[in-house]
Design a protein around this ligand. Structure first.
Ligand code: NAP
Ligand code: BLA
Length: 322
């Protein structure tokens, strides 16, 4: 398979590394943002530098386009790639707009092309450990996932620009997706958000807090914060079940039941883009199953969009339709 990558950052590099070790794949071309970075990337990986993503998706010598650039552009690049009959891997989120995401999924089906939305959080040690031990704690009535990432000073980067990153829980879709993957459909969403703006499209900190009421009765709470308003990093996933509590950090987990505390292993966060890339290639070349569907990604996007609307209008959003 002949591959083109859009993007030159962390995710794009991880993709290019994964392609290099598989002889069935060839990275042909890359399209980036600043010409110097694109040139450097293309030299390191011995690929041609395309002048734009528009030019890249139109090339006839490409079968698969990997979209690893800023979130704002995912939807339009995916559309252009599908119109040029390419298979697609796109980093989450598929689009900042759930309506566009839904439309793209049907276009891919019509064109009979793969549209794979990466969700590496499902491949990581934390999620797998949760899935392994969740049955031990009985019916789960409440769970909470807090990720606070202090940054002093906050970077002038796209991840702090709403027009490029999207609403924080949309851009960082993995947070909501972990919940919908574990607990299914959401009946109601209530969210708050705060932004510390320094310029019209740039903040130095943000905080989002969303409460999800699941159809199965469980309540999930997502807390996501980053930037200069924070002084202590926090990364804790807690699941409260009627028969026990599970507490996870990225390093390790604990299962608490009565007087007993069991320490649980959590696998590494590294190598996940490589795992994702390999699974897609095995799917395309050998028909082996993928670990996530575009529909599941879309549903989490609808829930994340509901958190945005809820926090903006100050109301609870009822029934996020599948
Ligand atoms: P990154 O390292 O910051 O790279 C961003 C890429 O976008 C670079 O090629 C950069 O090019 C380009 N870019 C920056 N500002 C731009 C602008 N204003 N207009 C056009 N292009 C611009 O980001 P990343 O972490 O690789 O993230 C890429 C995608 O992967 C995102 O959708 C993210 O949500 C997703 N993702 C990342 C991870 C992860 O672990 N990093 C995990 C899951 C999903 P220049 O440097 O030349 O500006
Ligand atoms: C997710 N990491 C992300 C995302 C971005 C970054 C933009 C997608 C949006 C989000 O979910 O928040 C960016 N992550 C970074 C940057 C650093 C970082 C700039 O750790 C700087 C060190 N990602 C990495 C590195 C690792 C990594 C070095 O860049 C691991 C050692 C892992 N990032 C990682 C994982 C996710 C993620 C596993 C998925 C999110 C999740 O697990 O929920």
């Amino acid at each position: 398979m002949r591959v083109g990558i859009v993007g030159t950052g962390y995710a794009a590099k991880a993709r290019a590394e994964a392609l290099k070790v598989d002889r069935r794949l060839l990275l042909v071309t890359v399209a980036g943002n600043t010409p110097e970075t694109t040139e450097k990337f293309s030299q390191i990986f011995q690929a041609q530098a395309s002048t734009s993503w528009q030019q890249l998706v139109e090339r006839e010598d490409i079968d698969l386009v990997i979209i690893s650039t800023i979130n704002r552009d995912h939807g339009k690049i995916a559309r252009a790639a599908l119109e040029n009959d390419k298979h697609i891997i796109v980093e989450y989120p598929l689009s900042l707009d759930p309506t566009e995401a839904e439309w793209l999924i049907s276009l891919a089906a019509q064109k009979n092309k793969l549209l794979h939305v990466e969700h590496i959080e499902l491949l990581g040690g934390l999620h797998n450990a949760i899935k392994q031990y969740i049955s031990e704690i009985g019916k789960i009535f409440y769970s909470r996932y807090v990720t606070i990432n202090p940054k002093q000073p906050a970077p002038h980067r796209w991840t702090y620009q709403p027009s490029l990153f999207g609403f924080p829980l949309v851009g960082a879709l993995s947070r909501v997706h972990r919940f919908t993957d574990l607990f299914g459909l959401v009946d109601a969403v209530n969210a708050q958000s705060q932004f510390w703006y320094t310029e019209p499209d740039l903040y130095k900190a943000c905080l989002c807090n969303a409460q999800l009421k699941f159809n199965n009765g469980a309540i999930g709470e997502v807390v996501y914060g980053k930037g200069e308003a924070f002084w202590q990093s926090e990364n804790i996933f807690t699941l409260y079940g009627e028969k026990g509590t599970l507490i996870f950090t990225p390093q390790q987990g604990q299962l608490l039941q009565g007087e007993k505390t069991q320490i649980l292993e959590v696998g590494a966060r590294r190598g996940l883009f490589a795992k994702d890339t390999t699974m897609v290639i095995e799917y395309l070349l050998a028909g082996s199953p993928l670990y996530v569907t575009p529909a599941a990604s879309l549903y989490s996007l609808k829930v994340a969009e509901a958190t945005r609307i809820s926090s903006e209008v100050g109301k609870t959003m009822n029934e996020v339709n599948n």
